[in-house]
Design a protein around this ligand. Structure first.
Ligand SMILES: Cc1cc2nc3c(=O)[nH]c(=O)nc-3n(C[C@H](O)[C@H](O)[C@H](O)COP(=O)(O)O)c2cc1C
Length: 470
């Protein structure tokens, strides 16, 4: 039987996500990102299309690498202005029943105690439908805005992130035992203090000493997503991620990334098939191939080259405005996102990219593949990418908001269902269970499961510093 294709919608709480220039079209609703009704309608549309989740990217800082200033990004709205994604989630959870919500939160600028509390709150209010996209942040402008001299070194960001995750696991899994919440109206006891444990951690980067402030949410640890593809990022993903988000413009390049990730999972002692890998992708689908092509041509004509240049320069950390458009992109290690530059250089040696090629490519859908056609053609392409690369599904970006997602729900989803490669109903349970997890909670051999309090169901005699985060 053909493998099931999973779909998430990939967007950000802003005007321009991965399609600079498109907001200027009369029918495009991207500027409505400030309105609650816009988001509620989008979430309901995605749920009608049985998407697994609305995946919200986020960045800290603005794109000021191109031209050495924020001018281009501000003028073209290239991921600025950008609102906070997290407050959307309770609103959208209330408007839907099954749709999951991926939220990007950086580990670089806030203490894990606060971030863990925010995610627990979201997991409660969505009844277990939250995923966390763990990022370490790659913009120097963000570091400076938050009072740092500069962005921390690339691999050091991941080292600190490893410790950060250990503190989060201890808070989510180890502080409150199952059964600690008694809620006994007769005795007036809400929680049993004997079953609630302070987390004591004094590590290289982080310290905490205290009881977690929140009672356990349905998933405790939210479903964990990660998206960094450098060598160090891949090791981080292999240790923590339950879902991995990758982006490469060609199937051959993507295959290399996926193979590397599955191998890293094996080395980490995890079943490589237990982690779901999603590829960034853009679909332009319509009733006929001619209609889809015409739409694609119109989109191409509207791409803001400057906006795309600002994005790609920010992702790679290289000011591409300083190069001639016909210069070839070559790989160098940078302190920003290493995998972004690799996508357009060393990842697929069969293809060379000039600066212009890469910027124009990024103008529709970022670093991911693009499929244009009628439903059968697009379904063929998605199935071919699944087979060729070994991914589990796609994070689909929009070009025209919300038309791209409307067309997917109207044309593509029924075609995938007819082929038996797409669900016809949601699975019950939390987001982790809907995505194939055996339980709402993290399970061994995932590293986070080891932080669970071992004494569930019995009188506690554990000292807090028995906790593995100590
Ligand atoms: C598909 C994809 C999506 C990403 N989305 C975000 C995001 O929303 N916010 C963010 O700060 N970083 C995002 N990143 C960047 C990564 O989290 C990471 O910081 C960056 O790729 C640098 O790490 P690397 O050198 O290991 O690739 C994304 C990366 C990829 C590949």
């Amino acid at each position: 039987m053909s493998r099931q294709i999973r779909l998430n919608a990939f967007t950000m709480n802003c005007v321009v996500h991965l399609a600079p220039g498109q907001w200027t079209a009369e029918n495009d609703r991207s500027v409505d990102y400030l309105k609650t009704g816009h988001w509620v309608e989008l979430a309901r549309l995605l749920e009608r299309g049985l998407f697994d989740s609305l995946f919200l990217g986020d960045i800290t800082g603005i794109y000021d690498v191109a031209g050495g200033s924020p001018e281009i990004a501000l003028r073209t709205a290239a991921q600025v202005p950008m609102n906070d994604p997290a407050p959307l989630i309770p609103l959208l959870a209330h408007a839907t029943e099954h749709l999951g919500f991926g939220v990007t939160l950086s580990v670089s600028y806030e203490h894990p105690y606060l971030l863990a509390r925010r995610l627990t709150t979201l997991d409660h209010l969505s009844e277990g439908r939250v995923a966390w996209n763990i990022v370490t942040s790659y913009l120097d402008s963000g570091a400076r805005s938050l009072g740092r001299d500069a962005l921390a070194a690339h691999d050091a960001r991941y080292d600190r992130a490893d410790e950060y995750l250990d503190v989060c696991y201890a808070l989510w899994e180890g502080s409150w035992e199952d059964g600690a919440v008694v809620r006994d109206r007769t005795t007036g006891v809400y929680a049993d203090p004997a079953r609630i444990h302070p987390v004591q951690h004094a590590g290289e980067h982080l310290r905490t000493d205290g009881v977690f402030q929140c009672e356990p949410s349905p998933q405790r640890t939210p479903l964990l997503f990660q998206a960094g593809g450098s060598d160090r990022g891949t090791r981080f993903a292999a240790r923590h991620a339950e879902c991995i988000f990758v982006g490469a413009p060609t199937a051959a390049g993507l295959r290399r990334t996926v193979d590397r990730l599955r191998e890293a999972l094996r080395q980490e002692g995890r079943d490589p098939a237990s982690v779901r890998i999603f590829a960034m992708f853009t679909v332009i689908v319509d009733e006929t191939e001619a209609l889809a092509q015409a739409r694609h041509d119109a989109y191409r004509a509207r791409v803001s080259y400057d906006g795309a240049l600002a994005l790609l320069s920010g992702w790679t950390g290289i000011d591409l405005s300083r190069y001639a458009p016909d210069d070839t992109l070559a790989y160098v290690d940078t302190n920003a996102g290493q995998s972004a530059l690799a996508s357009f250089s060393k990842l697929d040696p069969s293809r060379t990219w000039t600066v212009r090629d890469a910027v124009e490519f990024v103008g529709i859908g970022g670093r991911g593949g693009v499929a244009v056609g009628d439903a059968r053609q697009v379904a063929d392409t998605l199935q071919a990418w699944m087979d060729e690369t070994g991914i589990d599904g796609f994070n689909l970006a929009s070009v025209e908001m919300p038309r791209t997602f409307e067309d997917i729900v109207t044309h593509l989803v029924p075609e995938l269902q007819r082929r038996g490669v797409y669900k016809t109903a949601y699975e019950p349970g939390t987001l982790r269970e809907k995505l194939g997890g055996e339980s709402a909670r993290l399970q061994a051999p995932h590293v986070g499961a080891a932080f669970r309090h071992q004494n569930d169901g019995h009188e506690s005699d554990l000292r807090a510093n028995d906790n593995p985060a100590s």
